[in-house]
Design a protein around this ligand. Structure first.
Ligand code: NAD
Length: 267
């Protein structure tokens, strides 16, 4: 009991003094993470292609001293490099890199998947995250510390999403593991967070997606619901970003209320 009270009493912000870059930070899971990280004392670079939303969010969470928006298209390597470099020049370093920007991609039968759409989702969901890891490592290796987090999906652990999306999210698990293994020599941790269904703008780009995800949501978003909030995912990201996860690396935390543990079976 005493130990619990001691933890409660300190109440120190969990990311005090830390600097983070969050790609896809202007909306959905990224936005919820920007809000949580800044509430926990971090300074944040919001890196996204949604300029108006990103600028507005930076103001809302504390303005220039706390958060900066940078236009960053993760399909462009120089944009990612600039976001990382801004963290260093504006806030003095880079402790947390959250590679989160993603799109849904083609939602078609595999034999009808247009190669151009496959290229596009590869550029954002895989290449963009790989380059995010690359440029974070560039800074973190010399600082001998850091936490990199990549947004995968339950689709990376099952086969439940559309083909291109699912295959590339599996790739993010491989990227996370191999980077974690290499970067352990530099005290840099690399993990993934794998959300189940979350109601975000991503579903508006899927035919019938918003209707589908809202229909799955139950009245009470507790463990019985197969759909959760962006805030619940952000809390798992916070854990991986914080020193509480100091010996956790190469892992994927599935945030799905257990819904992919086993197929639904009659009681
Ligand atoms: P969202 O659409 O609300 O947010 C995605 C953000 O990424 C947007 O702000 C968008 O502008 C940004 N983005 C897209 N392309 C970009 C680019 N080229 N460069 C920079 N930014 C870009 O969706 P979300 O659900 O919050 O998605 C965040 C991540 O979560 C994605 O990687 C997605 O695959 C993953 N995910 C989502 C769900 C879900 O059900 N919503 C489930 C599992 C995983």
């Amino acid at each position: 009991m005493a130990a619990v009270n001691a933890v409660q009493r300190t109440g120190a912000p969990r990311l005090e003094g830390k600097v983070a870059v969050i790609t896809g930070g202007a909306s959905g899971i990224g936005e919820a993470t920007v809000r949580l990280f800044t509430a926990e004392g971090a300074k944040v670079i919001i890196a996204d292609i949604k300029d108006t939303d990103g600028e507005k969010l930076a103001q809302e969470v504390g303005g220039f001293e706390v958060a900066r928006f940078i236009h960053c298209d993760v399909t462009k390597e120089d944009n990612i490099a600039a976001a990382v470099d801004l963290a260093v020049s504006a806030f003095g370093g880079l402790d947390i890199m959250y590679n989160n920007a993603g799109i849904a991609g083609p939602w078609t039968a595999i034999d009808e998947t247009p190669a151009e759409e496959l290229d596009q989702i590869y550029m954002v969901n895989f290449r963009g995250m790989f380059l995010g890891v690359k440029h974070a490592a560039r800074i973190m290796k010399s600082r001998q510390k850091g936490s990199i987090i990549n947004t995968a999906s339950v689709a990376a652990h099952t086969g439940c999403g559309p083909q291109a999306y699912t295959a590339l999210k599996h790739g993010i698990i491989g990227l996370t593991r191999t980077a974690a293994f290499e970067l352990r020599h530099y005290q840099v941790r690399v993990n993934a967070v794998s959300p189940g269904g979350v109601i975000t703008n991503l579903w508006d780009t899927v035919p019938g997606g918003r209707r589908l995800i809202e229909a799955l949501a139950t009245e009470k978003p507790d463990l019985r619901s197969p759909v959760t909030s962006a805030e619940n995912v952000a809390k798992a990201v916070l854990f991986l970003a914080s020193d509480d996860a100091g010996y956790v690396s190469g892992q994927s935390i599935i945030v799905d209320g257990s819904h992919t543990v086993a197929p639904e079976t009659p009681a």
